[in-house]
Structure formats: C-alpha cells, structure tokens
Design a protein around this ligand. Structure first.
Ligand code: KIV
Ligand code: ZN
Length: 391
C-alpha cells in the first residue's frame, strides 16, 4: 500500500541562502510559479527576519499563489516569529517554521544555553506561532548530533505546544542511512499520530538523498529538499533524485508524491537560469549527460532496446529526447541513426567513408555537433557524385 509523502521545497530558502544562489523577489516569484506547477506540497519562500527581500518574497509568493502552502522560517524567538507571521499575512495556507539547535555542541558553543532553556524557548515559539497560524512546524537543528533522549523530550513538548510537523534535520550532513532511520523510527514511535515527522538532509558526505529515503521506511512522511540539490555547503537533498527514486523503484520505495515529474527538468533549467550555476553535467536526472550515451556498446544496446541502458524515460522527467553523444567511442550504428534523424540517409559505401572521417575527427574532439556530422556526410555525398559523374 503506497503511503503519501509530502514534498517540502526549500529551494527559495535553504537553497537561496547559499553562495551563488541569491534571487531577487521577482526571480523568486518566477521560480515559485514553476514549483507550484511541479506540485510541491509546501513551498518555503524565505526567512523574513533575515532581510527585507526575504520578507517581501514570502509576501509576494503568498499573494501570487494563494492556494499554495507557503512557509516562512523563524528562529525560536518573538521577533522572528512575528516577522514570519507578518510576511505570511496574505497567505491562505500559511506555515510558520520555527527552529532552534538541540545538539550539545550547538548549545555549548553557539547558543550558550541549557537543554531546559532551549526546550522552553522552543515551546514558547511554537505557542506564539500558533497564535498566528494553525500550521506550525518545529525543527530541531542539528538533530542528528543531539542526544536521542533529549530529542524525544523536545519533540513531545513542541507537539504538546501545538506543532503539527516535527522536522529532524541532518544539518551538517553527518548521518548515515541506518543511523538516521533508527533515530527517525524512535521519534515516529514517540509521536505516533500527533505530528508528521519530517526529514531535512544536507549532502556533506553525499548521502542526503539516501538518508532521506531511509527515513521514509522508518515512518517520516515529509521530506525537505531543493531543486538541483542546491543549499548550504554541499547542498540539500535533491528533489528530482528523491522523486525519481520513489517513482522508479516503487517495489522498494512504495511511497506517493504529487510531483508532476515532467516538470523536473524544466524546473531545473529555470533555476539554473536564475542563479549562477546549473547542475553538473553528470548530475542524476537533470544533468546534461543524464540521458546521453556515448560508448559504442551502450549506444548499440540502447538503439536495439532502450531499457538495456536506460532505467527512466527522458520524457518522464521532461527531458526533450535521449541524446546519443557522438564521440570517439561511438559506433557505426549510432552514426547512421543520427544521420537518418538529420534527414541524411547514406548508402553503405558512403557511410563507411563518413564513419572513417568521423572517427578520425572525433579522436581529436570531445564530441561532434549535429552540424559537423551533417557537413561530413554532405562532403562525402558530393565526392561520390563527382566520381560517379567522372566515371
Ligand atoms: O539544516 C537545517 O537544520 C535547517 C533548519 C533551519 C531546518 O535548514
Ligand atoms: Zn538546512
């Protein structure tokens, strides 16, 4: 039986606050429109106390998409919660997301507060947030380095204070799937049906997606993530990877989201055009090479039967077509197919000559563009014509 998982998108908050990712208010509204089309369940639009721009963005997104669940971040204090409530005043479905660090290391060096003090402040912030909105989320920052007994106590306390969602972030990307699943399982058991347990993973050790998915098996039902995996340091869990893992491996991950997967690539492209970098070429799902096949054996297999080398259809994530990169590892079959697609079918002898020239050229270059391949073919066709005329 498939279980519903809520996708909490934080591209416009955790993503946007990282180097090279800042967006203006109109840019955030543009990206929000795409996120709404993509079907995210909750859209975190900013951290209102942090800057006027963030407060404006939360307000603009709330007005523009009144039916969306819009979240605003606030530290667990009065000024932050009030700023979030103010920025959300036009939202029809507002969520205040308040947080405080709970690990010993953060309490000792950053907050210089006791566990009891932090617990009291967390509950007070949740109560204050509930005086403005129904939907309040609490995050225990650095949850994965927090004592589990204390984490359980603070989770129970914030739920009693009115939080509906308890988020247990791996703020520094430190956990591993087994450990995270065990921790989440314990908190899910402690909270029962009183709150949704949420996960929020950073990718410092490259395990943000694996950790988030492991937590689903333990009962988490909200995942916080970003398009293209942008976010602090190594980034947040990549939305497109989480969703396609669930879609492609339903046998192992029987969970449902409302994401319109055909919008994944367009969302990735739009984000790349708004910030200062795009996904790396070999990025899963949305990278330039994610559906490209260059090795001759792969191309040959793929052309015979797509599923030999592809586990997802490019169009299912909105990638226009499978792209066979023609380079020095490509075979005759792939070259012939490309020429057919380009509307230049060749005779066998012509193809032999073009293939020879093509491999010689491809040896020196990274890959050949369609216009270069077409030119090679046209040259050979002209030469054949000339020699036939001379004969
Ligand atoms: O990584 C983190 O702990 C956060 C919280 C504010 C949710 O981004
Ligand atoms: Zn984060």
């Amino acid at each position: 039986m498939a279980d519903r998982v809520y996708i909490f998108d934080t591209t416009l908050r955790d993503g946007e606050q990282s180097p090279g990712c800042s967006m203006t208010v109109p840019e955030k509204v543009r990206m929000a429109a795409k996120l709404v089309e993509l079907g995210v369940d909750i859209l975190e639009a900013g951290f209102p106390i942090a800057s006027e721009g963030d407060a404006e963005a939360v307000d603009a997104v709330s007005r523009e998409f009144p039916w969306a669940n819009v979240a605003a971040l606030a530290r667990a204090n009065k000024a932050d919660v009030e700023a979030a409530a103010k920025a959300l005043k036009h939202a029809r479905r507002p969520r205040i997301h308040t947080f405080i660090a709970t690990s010993d290391i953060h309490l000792k060096f950053k907050l210089k507060k006791s566990q009891a003090q932090v617990l009291d402040e967390a509950c007070a912030a949740v109560e204050l947030a509930r005086s403005f909105v129904e939907d309040v989320e609490f995050s225990a920052e650095d949850a994965t380095r927090t004592d589990w007994g204390y984490l359980e106590a603070i989770s129970r306390a914030v739920v009693a204070a009115g939080a509906r969602t308890v988020n247990l972030p791996d703020t520094v990307g430190y956990t591993v799937p087994d450990e995270y699943a065990e921790m989440i399982g314990r908190m899910v058991q402690a909270l029962g049906d009183s709150a949704i347990v949420s996960v929020h993973c950073h990718d410092d050790l490259g395990m943000a997606v694996a950790n988030s998915l492991a937590a689903l098996h333990a009962g988490a039902r909200q995942i916080e993530c970003c398009v293209n995996g942008i976010g602090e340091r190594a980034g947040n869990a990549a939305l497109e990877e989480l969703v396609m893992a669930m879609n492609t491996r339903r046998d192992k991950l029987p969970f449902e989201t409302r994401i319109v997967t055909e919008q994944l690539f367009p969302a990735s492209q739009l984000l790349a055009s708004l910030i200062s970098f795009g996904p790396q070429p070999n990025k899963a799902i949305v990278g330039e090479n994610a559906f490209a096949h260059e090795a001759g054996i792969h191309q040959d297999g793929f052309l015979k039967e797509r599923t030999t080398y592809e586990i997802m259809e490019p169009h299912s994530v909105g990638v226009p077509e499978t792209r066979l990169v023609l380079g020095k590892h490509s075979g005759r079959h792939a070259l012939q197919k490309r020429l057919d697609d380009l509307g230049i079918p060749l005779r066998r002898e012509e193809l032999d000559v073009v293939y020879q020239r093509f491999t010689a050229l491809a040896d020196r270059k990274k890959g050949l563009r369609n216009d270069e391949i077409a030119q090679l073919a046209r040259d050979v066709i002209q030469q054949t014509k000339a020699s036939e005329a001379a004969a």
